[in-house]
Write a protein that binds this ligand. Structure first.
Ligand SMILES: *[C@@H]1O[C@H](CO)[C@@H](O)[C@H](O)[C@H]1NC(C)=O
Ligand SMILES: *[C@@H]1O[C@H](CO)[C@@H](O)[C@H](O)[C@H]1NC(C)=O
Ligand SMILES: *[C@@H]1O[C@H](CO)[C@@H](O)[C@H](O)[C@H]1NC(C)=O
Ligand SMILES: *[C@@H]1O[C@H](CO)[C@@H](O)[C@H](O)[C@H]1NC(C)=O
Ligand SMILES: *[C@@H]1O[C@H](CO)[C@@H](O)[C@H](O)[C@H]1NC(C)=O
Ligand SMILES: *[C@@H]1O[C@H](CO)[C@@H](O)[C@H](O)[C@H]1NC(C)=O
Ligand SMILES: *[C@@H]1O[C@H](CO)[C@@H](O)[C@H](O)[C@H]1NC(C)=O
Ligand SMILES: *[C@@H]1O[C@H](CO)[C@@H](O)[C@H](O)[C@H]1NC(C)=O
Ligand SMILES: *[C@@H]1O[C@H](CO)[C@@H](O)[C@H](O)[C@H]1NC(C)=O
Ligand SMILES: *[C@@H]1O[C@H](CO)[C@@H](O)[C@H](O)[C@H]1NC(C)=O
Ligand SMILES: *[C@@H]1O[C@H](CO)[C@@H](O)[C@H](O)[C@H]1NC(C)=O
Ligand SMILES: *[C@@H]1O[C@H](CO)[C@@H](O)[C@H](O)[C@H]1NC(C)=O
Length: 578
């Protein structure tokens, strides 16, 4: 049924390959400048006068690769898979200068030093230059909410000797920590500033302490001015997943407005240094229903963005409204009523609900009255509806990682199997964010989404840890009846449905997490480190190096099918207009 609608939708799409002669006419029609830089108008992105919609991939580790050829080959492969935007890290903070590998900024005792040598910002120069060569745009992040240090702000598992961390790498059955830059959370970030400025050890000092704000303004100014004239920088992202809390806990006073205020300050700052590029947030997309806003919506809503006509039989949604607690509770109550009616009909006695292998109590009336869920009540100190309405924030962004975070509002059909519930939570999350974009008249991009598969479960390392649960090459116990993770087929189905929902709902960009690349050069102590051999010898370089897998890599995990699924679903965006 969905497939039929989908085909109708595809057929209805106007094919509009932009030829050079059409560029000026197109620009006039949309009332946008003919600019090689990405701009926005009426909820859409534009490049050279034409609408720009994209499906992209994440590869945070690009600048940490050991050779230019590796960066070149990786970007070529990404382009060949029909992605047009790559989200990657434009930061690499260290508190001790490493022997090997890339680093950009040394933060020590309140002093900042930039490395613009060949293992410093020249690496990022290469990434930008080679992305241009392959016709790829880059979404560049300035920092990360997450940068845990094992044994310092992250307790080690019992019996774990931190001195053995290096020796343990790559062996089976140990709680191995991975080399620096292997995980997305080992590139420094907010807590690296907090630790090395020596003040109060509270994560939110990063957002509210002027000394730390100044330090981060310095870094963003250096990076934004360095690439201000590069039109293949899609946009800046202030931070990956900014929120009140991290592995260094936040102060009791931290709330969404502190994080929003920081966004407003930094977005204005980056825009003043580099007026050519859009600035975005990078947050998880949490809502804060009924929370006081620093940037309240104007009473008269902006005109709705131009939309494709809905396929026959598809009801056009009424104009979206800002999310309220009473609306969320109403949705939850309706779901609860449907569930009760179903149970009554089937005479079923439901003892609990299984969500991704974890049992939670079944919904009772009392629970349905409890609240709106942590993704909707501001519990994380993020109010994505306040952030998107900051004038210097060019577009909305959100993420979707159901293995890590809870996005449910409690209005779920609990008769569905766990996978279908996860799928549905993602579809609801995408729909709500597409609606938020329409409400505020700005484009919205999903900047990262992924599901951990069963094959990938041994590699899965949550953002707030650096310690892999198993040795990297250990299989999960054979007798575990409900293995963690979905099948490859379920992953592909979820990616396909989420992308389609994003396109139909009105998202303007969708970025998968994450790209996998093989045949990379490895070097001890870098992101691509050689895996110790049985004899304990480590080859200095080998050309069979694989890009880091934190549980979301797809190399050897049905990569061809996964990419095919993404590529086919993304054709709904129409021909590449860039
Ligand atoms: C990329 O798109 C082209 C043209 O639509 C198509 O022929 C090709 O199969 C796609 N590549 C992949 C890896 O899906
Ligand atoms: C850190 O900086 C302060 C003030 O500049 C100085 O007094 C202190 O000696 C420094 N500490 C170290 C370990 O360098
Ligand atoms: C690894 O961690 C698990 C759980 O944290 C613990 O039970 C186990 O003993 C640890 N193994 C080693 C070798 O430290
Ligand atoms: C701000 O941070 C600096 C450096 O960490 C610290 O010395 C100062 O006490 C902090 N200010 C406040 C108000 O916490
Ligand atoms: C930021 O840059 C300014 C100007 O270059 C400099 O005076 C200041 O010391 C820098 N701040 C930090 C924390 O490095
Ligand atoms: C991160 O991990 C630390 C240590 O295990 C924990 O205290 C903290 O609550 C975690 N933070 C978040 C936001 O999950
Ligand atoms: C956090 O935001 C609240 C609400 O605007 C404000 O009252 C408070 O002073 C802020 N905290 C800091 C440390 O700036
Ligand atoms: C769960 O999702 C799969 C894949 O989309 C679908 O084939 C199946 O019918 C769904 N199950 C239920 C009970 O909805
Ligand atoms: C690690 O485990 C795999 C099977 O899970 C096995 O093939 C490999 O030989 C083991 N490696 C070591 C160093 O024990
Ligand atoms: C799996 O097997 C191990 C070793 O035989 C045993 O200790 C464990 O309890 C079993 N787990 C389950 C879930 O059956
Ligand atoms: C692996 O990379 C090297 C160096 O970039 C290149 O010469 C070689 O052709 C690549 N091999 C494969 C199989 O891609
Ligand atoms: C750095 O690389 C060299 C080889 O080029 C290696 O001998 C050395 O052990 C590495 N250092 C670290 C800390 O990994």
């Amino acid at each position: 049924m969905f497939l039929v609608l989908w085909q109708l939708f595809l057929a209805a799409l106007a094919v509009s390959a932009a030829s050079p002669t059409q560029t000026i006419r197109e620009a006039k029609r949309h009332n946008v400048p003919v600019s090689p830089f990405v701009t926005t108008r009426d909820g859409q992105f534009f490049v050279n006068g034409s609408v720009f919609k994209f499906v992209g991939t994440n590869a945070y580790w690009l600048h940490a690769l050991n050779t230019d050829e590796d960066i070149d080959n990786t970007l070529a492969a990404i382009r060949a898979a029909n992605f047009t935007v790559v989200r990657t890290w434009a930061f690499n903070d260290v508190d001790t200068i490493p022997e090997n590998g890339t680093w950009f900024q040394h933060i020590s005792n309140g002093t900042l030093t930039i490395n613009d040598g060949p293992n410093g910002l020249q690496k990022l120069d290469k990434v930008v230059e080679l992305a241009q060569k392959h016709g790829l745009y880059l979404l560049l992040s300035f920092t990360n909410n997450w940068s845990p240090i094992p044994g310092i702000d992250q307790p080690l598992p019992p019996g774990f000797n931190p001195l053995q961390i290096r020796q343990l790498q790559g062996t089976n059955g140990t709680n191995a920590t991975l080399p620096r830059n292997a995980l997305s959370n080992s590139y420094g970030g907010m807590d690296t500033y907090v630790r090395n400025f020596g003040g109060k050890q509270e994560h939110d000092q990063f957002y509210t302490n002027q000394t730390l704000i100044n330090a981060f303004m310095n870094y963003t100014a250096i990076i934004a001015s360095r690439y201000a004239n590069h039109s293949n920088v899609f946009a800046w992202e202030l931070a990956n997943d900014p929120r009140c809390n991290s592995s260094i806990p936040n102060s009791a006073g931290c709330e969404a407005r502190n994080v929003t205020r920081w966004h407003a300050t930094l977005a204005a700052h980056v825009q003043s240094v580099d007026p050519n590029h859009l600035v975005s947030s990078g947050n998880q997309g949490y809502f804060c229903a009924d929370c006081p806003k620093l940037f309240p919506r104007q009473v008269a809503p902006p005109p709705p963005p131009p939309q494709h006509s809905p396929a026959p039989g598809v009801r056009r949604r009424s104009a979206p409204e800002p999310l309220t607690r009473s609306q969320l509770l109403k949705e939850r109550k309706a779901a609860w009523k449907r569930e009760r009616a179903r149970q009554k009909r089937s005479g079923e006695l439901i003892g609990g609900v299984k969500i991704r292998g974890r049992w939670t109590a079944s919904q009772t009336k009392r629970q349905s009255d409890l609240g709106t869920g942590s993704a909707f009540d501001g519990a994380h100190g993020v109010d994505s509806e306040d952030i998107i309405n900051i004038p210097q924030i060019g577009f909305g962004s959100f993420q979707l990682f159901p293995d890590q975070f809870d996005y449910s509002s409690g209005a779920l059909d609990t008769s569905l199997p766990p996978f279908n519930q996860t799928l549905q939570i993602g579809l609801d999350w995408i729909r709500r964010h597409a609606e938020a974009g329409q409400l505020f008249g700005k484009p919205v991009s999903l900047t990262g989404f992924g599901l951990v598969t069963r094959d990938n479960a041994p590699f899965f390392v949550p953002f707030n840890t650096t310690i892999a649960p198993f040795g990297p090459d250990q299989a999960p116990p054979a007798n575990v009846t409900q293995p963690f993770g979905v099948t490859d087929e379920q992953r592909d189905e979820a990616y396909r449905q989420w992308i389609q929902a994003g396109i139909l709902g009105g998202l303007q960009g969708i970025i998968q997490y994450q790209w996998s690349q093989s045949n990379l050069t490895s070097l001890q102590g870098s992101a691509i480190s050689p895996v110790p051999t049985e004899s304990g010898q480590t080859p200095l370089t080998d050309t069979s190096g694989m890009s880091p897998n934190d549980g979301y890599g797809i190399l050897g995990q049905g990569q061809t099918d996964a990419l095919q699924s993404i590529s086919v679903a993304s054709q709904g965006f129409g021909p590449d207009s860039a």
